[in-house]
Design a protein around this ligand. Structure first.
Ligand SMILES: [Fe+2]
Length: 440
């Protein structure tokens, strides 16, 4: 008799112990807690031909948008091709092949095809959700989950993760009240659902509720931080709340502590660190040697043009550390990448490259050029992925360039826009005052 996963899908090559380990890994992935790669490795050691365990490991390696783990995923795909797969597993192998090829949009569609056949395939759903995030597809962040949610019941294992994902999609599409409600329901079902806490942090960020956001994250640290491989990002969100409150010392304490204290070599963590330092730099903060340390981490990845969103954060770090030649080299490799035919080439062409050029111009004090590059970019920047909160860095850089460049009217207009969304924002109020004073 063949084994099935906890949502009823048949599994090739598994035994009971391996299924239990696989389900533990899925739960860890759902909550972003523990070490799902190690757990799924144990499942594979137990049952070497366990197709979905091999597929899950490949997805986990590919989920960080990094070059080296992607190479390991190719070996896993070869192993999948040697197995006698069922239809669902074959579809997963096809989606993994697309991801390895950098065909992010096609992979996204293939994962959706799996979900149309089996709406309970939570691995396909979560991997699709992450891809929607990386592709900046806010509608699908919400609607990929909505397409399956009605097929689930709250008693099914992993239901909390659907609510957490739906919450993030609702937030990215501006439905903040429903987002908050859905995320709280997720947390009620599973207090370790790191993605659900994250969705609430985003709601607070978008609404400018920085005091509520800091209180929420501080008060629920036991839920989202311990043993979480996503915790750096939630610490980053906490740092943004403190930054909005002008508590620079607290931001630096978080940076030196949970955000960067572990000197993580994970690119997602490096992205957060670089983005936080850039925001501090825009405010004129003294950052000491911090740029040097993070630039050292990016330096070996300069040639590694897999994902334009990451590349831009690498450029920030190199510029922050004063390594203009390396930053220019990175931009020139991005220029070559943008000429190719791939999803990332498009992302680079539309957003990554003009943003990287704008960052270079800003660093060189060419504020008019920075403004010219960023203004057409800000409303299409979702094409290179990330969240609204992450892409806010573009608006912040534009505001500061306008201020430094003496473009008073633009400062005032952008501050007005920001205050309409975040009426309590001290930063937006400050820019409004500056725009007003200069105009007087
Ligand atoms: Fe986030």
């Amino acid at each position: 008799m063949g084994f099935r996963d906890h949502r009823g899908a048949p599994l090739t090559g598994a035994d009971a112990n391996a299924v239990a380990l696989y389900e533990t890994a899925v739960c860890q992935f759902n909550c972003y807690v523990g070490d799902p790669v190690a757990t799924v490795d144990s499942a594979i050691a137990q049952s070497p031909d366990f197709a979905m365990a091999i597929a899950l490991k490949a997805y986990l390696l590919l989920s960080g948008m990094e070059r080296a783990p992607g190479a390991q995923a190719a070996d896993l795909l070869a192993r999948l091709h040697d197995l006698k797969l069922n239809d669902r597993e074959r579809r997963h192998a096809a989606a993994i092949a697309c991801l390895i090829d950098g065909a992010f949009n096609r992979a996204s569609e293939r994962l959706d095809d799996i979900l149309i056949e089996d709406p309970h395939d939570i691995v396909a759903l979560q991997m699709g959700h992450l891809l929607d995030f990386y592709r900046g597809d806010s509608r699908n962040l919400r609607d990929r989950v909505a397409r399956v949610l009605a097929e689930w019941s709250p008693q099914m294992p992993g239901y909390h993760a659907l609510l957490g994902m739906h919450a993030f999609g609702l937030e990215e599409t501006g439905d903040y009240a429903r987002a908050e409600e859905s995320a709280h329901r997720a947390i009620q079902l599973n207090t370790r659902d790191g993605w659900a806490y994250h969705a609430i942090a985003h709601v607070m960020e978008m609404m400018g509720r920085y005091e509520d956001g800091a209180a929420f994250l501080r008060g629920n640290e036991a839920g989202w931080a311990p043993e979480s491989f996503f915790q750096v990002h939630n610490w980053w969100h906490l740092a943004l709340f403190h930054l909005e409150a002008d508590q620079t010392a607290e931001v630096l304490k978080l940076y030196d502590g949970p955000i960067r204290g572990g000197e993580s070599a994970t690119v997602l963590d490096m992205v957060d660190a670089s983005a936080l330092l850039w925001r501090l730099k825009l405010r004129g903060a003294d950052l000491g040697k911090r740029w040097e340390a993070i630039a050292d981490r990016w330096q070996p990845l300069i040639e590694d043009k897999l994902y334009a969103f990451n590349d831009c954060h690498g450029v920030m770090a190199l510029l922050g550390a004063g390594r203009m030649a390396e930053a220019e080299r990175s931009v020139s490799i991005m220029t070559e990448t943008a000429r190719k035919q791939s999803d990332n080439a498009l992302m680079s062409r539309d957003v990554g490259l003009p943003l990287a050029r704008a960052l270079l111009a800003f660093e060189q004090g060419k504020y008019a050029a920075t403004i010219d590059l960023l203004r057409p970019l800000r409303n299409i920047a979702q094409r290179f992925g990330g969240s609204h909160a992450q892409r806010d860095l573009i608006d912040l850089t534009l505001l500061e360039a306008a201020d430094r460049g003496g473009e008073t009217g633009l400062v005032r207009a952008l501050a007005n826009e920001r205050l309409a969304l975040k009426p309590k924002s001290p930063l937006a109020r400050r820019y409004r005052e500056r725009g007003t004073k200069q105009a007087a």
